[in-house]
Design a protein around this ligand. Structure first.
Ligand code: ADP
Length: 492
């Protein structure tokens, strides 16, 4: 300010400074004064956010405004200048600490008596926090949207049925495969319950109870069901309902997937029928071969032909093995078609164990079998089938453990259940295989087990027989440390 300036101008300026001071004290935000054409920043109080400046500054744009936003700032200034209207813009700034921040900047023109702009007064508030939240939200929304599109494409293109229920059994999503199966459009089907979508009352009721179960336990549920397809007729489906748990730990929805397994089932049925037919066909000639071998063996003994008698004896043992295999297959096919009956009878389990021991002593010569002495235990079960379970577990123990090792059998009972365990010192079963060995046709793969023959049906039959009795069966084992197979049976 020089002394030869006209008094009015001096007065105007000091008034401006006065106004500026008032603004600065009234607000904690950034306050600034700009020349009429915005070329020079006359003053800036940065409020600990931007660098203060008391001196006129022509390079304020480069100094304070983020390069990306410099053009928009200029455009907004031009517009405000052109219309002599308020300048208002949200833009990025370079903060005093060198970081990038966001401000909402507002400036008003100060006019003289003739309506010309003499300068601009502005304030800017720090909106970096809000911007960061907005940005995070936008990113989250973008990610959610990408994921939604991804799942939508997966769900739209799978032949499996994909759907979502709310906890009130209402469909909130159904993929195109499901809509096609129903023969309905999205609008016809979504927002409706099971009955409205054509499920029979017993079927709807069943799924509703399953949904209740998923909501209550927060665990998935799996089942198999036959259901009419709109065009393909009756099909068999395998389905899984899974809980969708929210941040509060509550089940807010139930996601379901269903797969058409009719073809798999049909193939399985064909395979079972084939195995059953072959086994039946083999049984008749086998029975005849066995009886002939037995007669020939007797003759050989009578004729003191020890060599022939020995050979026929070994043939008989192998024929016995074959018979057991064929019976195993026949039992599987009977089980599959629900033709296995449990004939309950009251018998003493310790007596059965004694029988098993005597048989083992005669046939399992390479191993020592130790049966823990047990008092009489009377149970109501199918004696023949329980004997089969015993024999399967025992012959596995022999098969999968080295010669001369010991097999221990124990039996205990409480008021309601008996528990039988067969322990061996054999090759054991790995943790991954343990849950699978009771499945039909499952055999452990590996150098040790590969050369041992079998079809993977023994344990499956054991488990089905025990289950049909209302008991349970399991195995505990570590590779190389032997295995213990146990089963329980209700006494009555
Ligand atoms: P199989 O013996 O004819 O293969 P099983 O159903 O009886 O069929 O047994 C399934 C699988 O479980 C076997 O292949 C074997 O790998 C494993 N297994 C069964 N019993 C034992 C055992 N006592 N020790 C180690 N592995 C066993």
């Amino acid at each position: 300010m020089t002394e030869n300036q006209p008094f009015n101008a001096y007065k105007g300026l000091s008034e401006s400074e006065e106004r500026f001071r008032t603004l600065v004290t009234a607000t904690s935000d950034v306050v600034y004064r700009m020349s009429a054409d915005w070329k020079v920043m006359r003053q800036l109080n940065g409020g600990n956010f931007l660098l203060d400046t008391g001196e006129p500054d022509e390079h304020w744009l480069q100094k304070y405004i983020h390069p990306i936003d410099q053009q928009v700032v200029k455009d907004a200034i031009d517009e405000a200048l052109g219309k002599k209207q308020m300048f208002r813009l949200e833009h990025r700034v370079l903060r005093a600490d060198g970081t990038i921040g966001w401000v909402l900047s507002t400036a008003v023109p100060i006019l003289n008596e003739s309506g010309d702009i003499i300068e601009w007064f502005g304030t800017a508030s720090d909106v970096s926090g809000r911007k960061a939240t907005e940005e995070a939200l936008r990113q989250a929304r973008d990610e959610a949207e990408t994921q939604r599109r991804l799942y939508e494409i997966v769900a739209a293109n799978t032949p499996d049925l994909v759907y979502v229920f709310d906890p009130n059994y209402i469909f909130t999503f159904a993929n195109p495969a499901l809509l096609k199966m129903w023969g309905k459009s999205w609008d016809d089907a979504v927002g409706k319950g099971l009955l409205d979508n054509g499920y029979e009352p017993w079927h709807a009721e069943m799924h509703e109870r399953e949904i209740d179960h998923v909501v209550k336990t927060k665990e998935s549920i799996r089942g198999e069901i036959a259901f009419p397809h709109a065009t393909l007729g009756k099909r068999i489906y395998d389905y899984i309902f899974s809980p969708v748990v929210n941040a509060q730990g509550e089940v807010e929805a139930i996601a379901g997937t269903t797969r058409d397994i009719s073809d798999i089932k049909e193939n399985e049925q064909r395979k079972n029928d084939f195995i059953s037919m072959v086994s039946h066909e083999l049984k008749t000639p086998l029975t005849s071969v066995i009886s002939n071998v037995q007669v020939a063996q007797k003759r050989a003994i009578q004729n003191n032909d020890t060599i022939a008698a020995g050979m026929l004896e070994r043939a008989g043992t192998q024929l016995g093995k074959m018979t057991r295999m064929i019976n195993g297959f026949l039992n599987v096919s009977r089980l599959e078609s629900g033709r296995i009956q449990i004939d309950h009878q009251l018998f003493d389990l310790s007596d059965l164990m004694k029988e098993v021991e005597d048989d083992a002593a005669a046939t399992m010569l390479g191993h020592s079998i130790r049966i823990e002495p047990s008092p009489e235990i009377w149970i109501n079960a199918d004696r023949e089938k329980i004997s089969q379970v015993f024999n399967n577990l025992l012959s596995n123990a022999v098969k999968y453990s080295p010669l001369c090792s010991t097999i221990y059998i124990s039996c205990s009972a409480d008021n309601d259940f008996v528990k039988v365990c067969v322990r061996d010192e054999g090759i054991g079963v790995s943790e991954e295989d343990l849950p699978l060995i009771f499945e039909r046709y499952y055999r452990v793969k590996g150098a040790e087990a590969n050369h041992i023959s079998g079809f993977g049906i023994g344990l499956y039959l054991c488990s089905e027989i025990v289950k049909l009795h209302g008991g349970s069966i399991w195995a505990e084992s570590k590779p190389g440390e032997g295995s213990t197979f146990c089963f329980t049976l209700p006494k009555n």
